[in-house]
Design a protein around this ligand. Structure first.
Ligand code: ZN
Ligand code: ZN
Length: 346
């Protein structure tokens, strides 16, 4: 079968591999119908994910059809259309029971597929702990609609869930890339007064304006002034930082009103400083962490009922056989690209 494989720094290639076997009773084999390219794939490509194993098939955002299941799998059957979770987790440990599936204590858990074991930019993928890792796609929901559920929609949904967003409040999302937009869409479900979303990239702000008119795009340079001026209590009630630079980290706490919650989902390439003397008396609550993919079924039902749609983010689709071109476009940021989907059957 055709796969897109990581060989070393700046070396991803189309490679033929055997169709994977089911090796554990809890595994499922899924035929991938659509996969997406994520910024984390680029982190592997650029050599900044030390735990990524050379030789693995990359990709951790996909949907497909269950081909075979191990004896112990109960939740899915061959023929089921499923969304695949970026995280491998047990559903039973202390953290899983509390919904913190990204802290699952499984030795083979966490971000495994497309990093430490073969991932989803391939014709088939073996999904370990399939009862937790696969979620049925409701009838009427297309592959494109469900594609982002397992990773960036899960991230956005989780970020909005922990951000203490109250009705009629003001939310600021920093970063209008695909993850920031997912955070903003999930925040909007909480009925705040306004969801501001800022970015330095004006093309991305236009994308937000054209596709999601219920969000309020802001130029990055204007964001702090606008928030301080327009919010009744001296800043945003909830801030979600999804950009990941020193400046965006600073903006996150500066644009927050006293007693606000600042949720940090961004990845930083170096440590950030909390200048505590400058924020003394501001009484901020900080929440941090990566994707916590515990709500895939809930997200899919919101998509099925028309309350949530991130499909506009998929701006380009390529056959898997043209993955080199697809990655080049995604990396370049050209042509208004947000997310690129790969179709193995083409
Ligand atoms: Zn990802
Ligand atoms: Zn667990």
């Amino acid at each position: 079968m055709l796969t897109y494989t990581y060989f070393g720094k700046n070396d991803f290639r189309l490679t033929q591999k055997p169709v994977p076997d089911i090796t554990e009773d809890t595994d499922a084999l899924v035929r991938v119908t659509l996969a997406a390219i994520c910024t984390s794939d680029l982190h592997i490509k650029h050599g900044s994910v030390p735990r990524a194993v050379p030789g693995v098939t990359v990709g951790h955002e996909a949907v497909g059809v269950v081909e075979r299941v191990g004896k112990a799998v109960k939740n899915v059957r061959p023929g089921d259309r499923v969304s695949i979770n970026v995280e491998t987790f047990c559903g039973k440990c202390f953290f899983c029971k509390r919904g913190a599936v990204n802290n699952c204590t499984l030795p083979d858990g966490g971000w495994a597929m497309g990093c430490r074991i073969d991932g989803m930019q391939a014709e088939y993928v073996r999904v370990p702990h399939a009862d937790c890792g696969l979620t049925l796609i409701p009838e009427g929901v297309s592959d494109a609609q469900a594609l982002l559920v397992g990773d960036i929609l899960a991230t956005g949904y989780w970020a909005a869930k922990i951000a203490d967003i109250e009705k009629d409040s003001d939310v600021l999302v920093i970063g209008a890339g695909p993850t920031g937009v997912c955070c903003a869409l999930a925040a909007a479900l909480k009925s705040p007064k306004r969801v501001f979303i800022c970015d330095i990239n004006e093309e991305r702000l236009r994308f937000v304006q054209n596709n999601y008119p219920f969000l309020t795009p802001l130029k990055y340079a204007d964001a702090l002034g606008t928030l301080l001026r327009e919010c009744p209590h001296g800043g945003a009630d909830s801030v979600i930082e999804a950009a990941g630079s020193e400046e965006s980290f600073r903006l996150a706490w500066q644009a927050a009103r006293p007693n606000a919650t600042v949720t940090v989902v961004a990845m930083y390439d170096r440590a950030q400083t909390l200048p505590l003397p400058d924020m003394y008396g501001k009484n901020l609550t900080f929440k941090t962490g990566g994707v916590d993919g515990c709500d895939a079924a809930e997200i899919l039902s919101l998509i099925a009922s028309g309350k949530l749609s991130a499909t506009a983010l998929i701006t380009h689709t390529y056959p898997l056989s043209r993955a080199d071109e697809a990655y080049a476009l995604f990396e370049s940021g050209a042509d208004g690209v947000m997310k690129v989907a790969l179709e193995p059957s083409l």
